[in-house]
Design a protein around this ligand. Structure first.
Ligand SMILES: [Zn+2]
Length: 471
């Protein structure tokens, strides 16, 4: 009887797997199309122009989860089959341009950024549609371009693999797994042994943090060695200049600790040496800093007291579009005064249980909003922030800064562990750069302080994204 049941189950799986698989096979080749374009504009004007199409190697994404129903990110792209007018693939994403247009600089200057969207290679005529977040919580079309399968700027050649690669953690077929590529930046050819150690530390940090820890078997992590001519990265705010392989630099958008690389093609070409969906750029630098953009990449410095925190926090932005839950730090963006319900799954403006994104996880007797000793916490945060600004301005050595941050972390952890609802899911005011009007799901989270764990709302968001690659 037992055997029969197993057989029956197996045949059902086989049939459904077959029909879904054939959908994919009818529509797509088993390779990745990388559609490159230029994204140009100011704070009030936005333009797109086609650059090229390249073959980015085998398709590493799911062959069944072709439509992205999570709809996270500021942008969203769709691939439409021309004959049937049906959407055959879609994904949400964010971009450096999306941040650029919110900076002060964009009010008076034009900016141009190179971007890519990646999807399985369509067999038949198709159209790319790019949509942008609108005021009604949805997306509006901002660009439409036919995908030219036969064109002088469509390069069908397989990518050439010239860089050294290594499997750090491989659990199975890329098509059923989340595939993460780790790229070296600011490591010379002689420093690759160190890069392997740092990349392993990144993998270990991620795979030991829930929910990634619980779903290790859904994840592959591979590294690509990208040697730089010099060791370390550029720090324009400290008059340190370097030419590193991926051109990642601190000081992005005039923010001293924000590290980004604008050379999208070089980064993408390096990543394509292995099957990938998500990219971690590990920086060979001791100065605290990094960044994380949804569906683009993270950058994170390898040699400082908070490297593991940086890896996981930035990956939260990159992987599941998690919002920052802190609100006392200054940021590079211009915040609007009106607060709209954010699309990110770990923050909300709603205070009624049935409207809160994680409302089903909140106990019925939990007060909403949940009291958490916010005033005393804020007072301490503001004081710490002032002190931090002073220390930074005085060019305080990094080891003294690290001690300062470790003390801050210890105070916060102690404080948050002693509040009435410590460790409970609720509605805690203060998140996403707003002291009031936006709420988070738990007193503490790695998106809030330099804690070592994700809150329940963040964990659920990450699980939903993992599901897009394994089912
Ligand atoms: Zn969180």
């Amino acid at each position: 009887m037992k055997v029969l049941k197993v057989l029956l189950f197996a045949s059902v799986v086989l049939i459904s797997g077959c029909s879904k698989g054939s959908d994919f096979e009818q529509l797509f080749l088993n390779k990745t199309m990388r559609f490159d374009y230029f994204h140009t504009g100011t704070a009030s004007e936005e333009h797109f122009s086609f650059d090229q199409i390249v073959n980015d190697g085998i398709w590493a994404g799911s062959t069944t989860q072709l439509i992205d129903n999570l709809k996270l990110g500021k942008y969203y792209f769709e691939i439409i089959d021309k004959a049937s007018s049906k959407v055959i693939y879609s994904r949400g994403y964010a971009s450096i341009y999306g941040e650029w247009e919110t900076t002060r600089e964009a009010k008076e200057n034009w900016g141009v950024y190179h971007e890519s969207v990646r999807f399985p290679w369509p067999k038949n005529d198709a159209v790319l549609v790019i949509k942008k977040r609108n005021d009604e919580y949805g997306f509006s079309e901002v660009w439409r371009k036919e995908i030219a399968l036969e064109h002088w700027r469509t390069n069908q050649a397989d990518p050439t693999t010239s860089l050294k690669t290594k499997d750090l953690y491989v659990s199975g077929d890329p098509k059923n797994k989340v595939d993460i590529v780790v790229l070296s930046e600011g490591y010379t050819a002689n420093e690759m042994e160190k890069f392997h150690k740092d990349a392993q530390a990144f993998a270990d940090a991620l795979l030991s943090t829930a929910p990634f820890a619980d779903r290790k078997d859904d994840i592959n992590i591979r590294l690509v060695e990208v040697p730089s001519p010099q060791s370390g990265l550029a720090h324009p705010h400290q008059d340190i200049y370097r030419r590193s392989a991926l051109s990642v630099s601190y000081g992005a958008f005039d923010s001293e600790r924000y590290a980004l690389g604008f050379d999208n093609k070089t980064i993408r070409n390096a990543a394509a040496n292995v099957p990938y969906e998500y990219t971690a750029i590990i920086m060979n630098d001791s100065i605290y800093g990094g960044g994380g953009i949804y569906n683009l990449y993270i950058t994170a410095a390898a040699d400082n007291a908070f490297d593991k925190y940086l890896y996981v926090h930035e990956f939260g932005h990159h992987f599941a579009d998690l919002a920052d839950e802190y609100y006392t730090s200054s940021t590079a963006y211009e915040m609007g005064s009106e607060i709209k319900e954010p699309w990110e799954l770990n923050v909300t403006t709603h205070t009624e249980k049935d409207k809160i994104k994680w409302g089903d996880l909140i106990a019925d007797d939990m007060p909403l909003p949940t009291p958490w000793g916010k005033e005393a916490f804020d007072e301490h945060s503001i004081e710490t922030q002032k002190e931090r600004t002073k220390l930074r301005a005085a060019k305080t050595p990094e080891n003294v800064m690290n001690k300062f941050f470790l003390d801050q972390k210890a105070w916060e952890e102690d404080y948050l562990s002693k509040i009435e609802y410590a460790g409970k899911t609720g509605l805690y005011e203060g998140a996403q750069y707003h002291q009031h009007g936006i709420y988070r799901s738990a007193p503490n989270c790695i998106m809030f302080t330099r804690a070592d764990h994700f809150c329940p709302a963040c964990q659920r968001a990450i699980n939903l994204v993992i599901d897009q690659y394994v089912k």
